[in-house]
Design a protein around this ligand. Structure first.
Ligand SMILES: Cc1cc2nc3c(=O)[nH]c(=O)nc-3n(C[C@H](O)[C@H](O)[C@H](O)COP(=O)(O)O)c2cc1C
Length: 206
């Protein structure tokens, strides 16, 4: 009887053995179904005293070598990453009722890769990146707009150079956990951990 009630719930849906396949499948689904920013992920860093901080960034590339995002390297996160490369990422696709947690370490992307991405952005976003001293105190929004307007004039008719402190990081994963909502709160959690050069998976209690 019980088996009958739970027969469907007991089945396993996360059948892939490769965490990058799970990520690619779920991200593709999120791109179809998530109403905004399916590539938004929470990025956790820690400061020199081990105090954590968290913010959203957009993932701009992913493959087996890592998950890429771009930012200002002088920002709070940039400073924390310079001290400690260990990070955690979180994707929560609410409409899919799925979550992926990633742990690993960051590595700067190559300058050419950052240049290519920087110049693929709308010109005003490039100028915005040039003028934003991200996470520093700002006296007024008028100051920001004045600086933006001045930079627009300065670069008139020229290619906007990527600031050296604006670049990308690749998060090389050592652990990836996929969480899938299932009936009766008996959710599926599959943890993939990279050990001794291979990815191994285990199931976790929900
Ligand atoms: C949906 C969304 C996407 C964002 N994407 C980025 C991003 O790709 N890069 C970035 O530097 N900040 C991004 N931000 C802003 C960050 O969340 C954060 O405010 C900023 O990077 C400063 O963080 P920090 O002071 O911890 O360095 C985004 C915010 C939101 C809400």
């Amino acid at each position: 009887m019980t088996a009958g009630i739970f027969a469907d719930a007991a089945s396993r849906l996360i059948d892939q053995e490769d965490p990058f396949e799970v990520f690619a499948d779920w991200f593709a689904l999120a791109c179809e179904r998530e109403p905004s920013d399916p590539n938004a992920m929470a990025l956790a860093t820690v400061d020199a005293e081990g105090r954590p901080s968290l913010r959203t960034v957009l993932m701009k590339g992913h493959d087996r070598s890592g998950f890429v995002f771009y930012t200002n390297c002088h920002s709070r996160k940039g400073r924390e990453l310079a001290d400690n490369r260990n990070v955690a990422l979180l994707f929560h696709w609410k409409s899919l009722r799925r979550q992926i947690r990633i742990e690993g370490s960051v590595h700067p992307v190559e300058g050419e890769t950052a240049d290519r991405y920087f110049h693929s952005r709308p010109r005003d976003s490039q100028i915005g990146a040039v003028v934003s001293r991200q996470s520093d105190e700002l006296s007024s929004r008028a100051t920001l707009f004045d600086e933006f307007a001045a930079a627009r004039d300065r670069f008139e008719g020229e290619v906007v150079p990527r600031p050296a402190h604006w670049s990308g990081y690749r998060v090389e994963a050592t652990a990836i956990e996929a969480w899938l909502d299932r009936p009766h709160r008996l959710h599926e959690r599959k943890l993939f951990a990279f050990q001794d050069g291979v990815w191994r998976s285990t199931w976790l209690y929900p």
